[in-house]
Design a protein. Structure first.
Length: 400
């Protein structure tokens, strides 16, 4: 019977240890929440910088165009901020759920531990000191005397451990109760903050539409905007030219990543007409020269524009290394990927970017989502294909 009691106490002890060890998952939640908090602070800093530049742009000749670019960047950053807030809110709710489970488990352990301790106190009282001496005096042999001492010592050790376990469990209950209350407050603050950002996003989008309409109605502003986009085209070309000079580093990394993942890829040049589409939709602007519908000027599309549902996924057409993730006037958020043999793909007008610079991406991996915030023509993906410094028509490389 006494051996059975020791077994139950030991079982409860390990149950409490499991409850305490589950705090590791709380630590994991805390690490992820801290990471999200740092991201939010960085986004707040970037948004504040953009807001501080609005007055300066209003006094410039091309102020409205700069204001529109500023607004588009704010929309992109605010959307990112809301996405991070949603992730953090989910983490906090997960943490709160884990805390409640820990609390309930500790409460259950507390009832069991106290019941066991009560039973041990009653048994100890019945076995008064004078009767304890009888256990030793009645021993039939020195060997039995030794084992009785060893047995009593083990029982006392278990009783002391049981008492310590009760105190530890009480402290855990108090800690979890406090943490649950704090997390409830944090969740409420997170919800309020996210609602404020969603309202701010609506105001920014409304302001963007006003700025768009103002530019569309003014030919001079339209011409200025086209000039700004031409500069961004040169920036894309400049990024590719710079990468070409350092391409060996990227291509070595690409081969290393392929070996790690046991990926076997044929030469990119052999994929002409076989590449998967970077987004689901139809081409609304082809590669090459176009006449502007309002100005009548000749402009050149360095790639193709694919009309796609807002928020739909954007995929890498082949495996490669991410060269850059940046924001460009007229293109919005832009991702450039290098593939083998100095081929490059460019993905613009995107949001919710889930890759970073110098990251390996697999063929068909989602890079981002289609956005309509950086375009004047609705929701679309701008897609380009380059071989070294030569622009290629992506239409001939995508599968039919």
């Amino acid at each position: 019977m006494r051996i059975k009691n020791i077994f139950y106490v030991t079982l409860l002890f390990f149950g409490m240890i499991i409850s305490i060890c589950s705090a590791d998952s709380i630590d994991d939640y805390d690490k992820k929440i801290d990471k999200s908090t740092k991201q939010l602070k960085q986004l707040d800093k970037q948004i504040a910088t953009l807001k501080s530049g609005i007055k300066k742009y209003q006094q410039q000749e091309k102020g409205i165009i700069r204001e529109l670019d500023n607004t588009k960047q704010q929309i992109s950053l605010t959307s990112d901020k809301i996405r991070v807030q949603q992730k953090e809110l989910s983490l906090r709710r997960g943490k709160q759920s884990q805390l409640k489970k820990d609390y309930q488990r500790a409460q259950s352990n507390s009832d069991e531990l106290q019941a066991r301790y009560k039973d041990r106190v009653i048994r100890a009282y019945k076995l008064r000191p004078d009767r304890q001496w009888d256990l030793f005096i009645d021993a039939a042999s020195p060997r039995e005397f030794y084992y009785r001492i060893k047995y009593i010592t083990a029982i006392n050790r278990v009783d002391r451990q049981l008492y310590r376990d009760i105190l530890t469990n009480i402290n855990l209950i108090d800690l979890r109760r406090m943490q649950i209350n704090e997390e409830t407050k944090e969740i409420k603050r997170s919800v309020t903050s996210m609602e404020n950002e969603q309202n701010a996003l609506k105001r920014l989008k409304s302001e963007k539409e006003k700025q768009h309409n103002k530019i569309k109605s003014d030919k001079n502003l339209l011409a200025q905007q086209i000039q700004e986009k031409e500069k961004s085209k040169k920036e894309i070309q400049g990024i590719i030219e710079k990468t070409q000079r350092d391409k060996k580093v990227y291509l070595v990394r690409l081969e290393e990543e392929r070996k790690k993942r046991e990926v076997v890829e044929g030469p990119f040049v052999n994929k002409k007409g076989k590449l998967p589409w970077p987004a689901e939709g139809k081409i609304i602007s082809n590669f090459g020269k176009h006449t502007h519908p309002v100005l009548g000027t000749i402009t050149e599309n360095s790639g193709i524009d694919i009309e796609a549902r807002n928020g739909s996924p954007v995929w890498a057409v082949s495996d490669g290394m991410v060269v850059t993730v940046t924001w460009l006037r007229g293109f919005g958020n832009t991702i450039i990927v290098i593939h083998d043999n100095s081929y490059y793909t460019v993905y613009s007008h995107v949001e919710n970017i889930i890759v970073v610079q110098d990251e390996y991406v697999d063929a068909g991996q989602q890079l981002a989502s289609v956005s309509n915030d950086s375009s004047m023509d609705g929701s679309k993906l701008h897609f380009e294909l380059w071989q070294e410094q030569q622009k290629l028509n992506p239409k001939y490389w995508l599968r039919n």
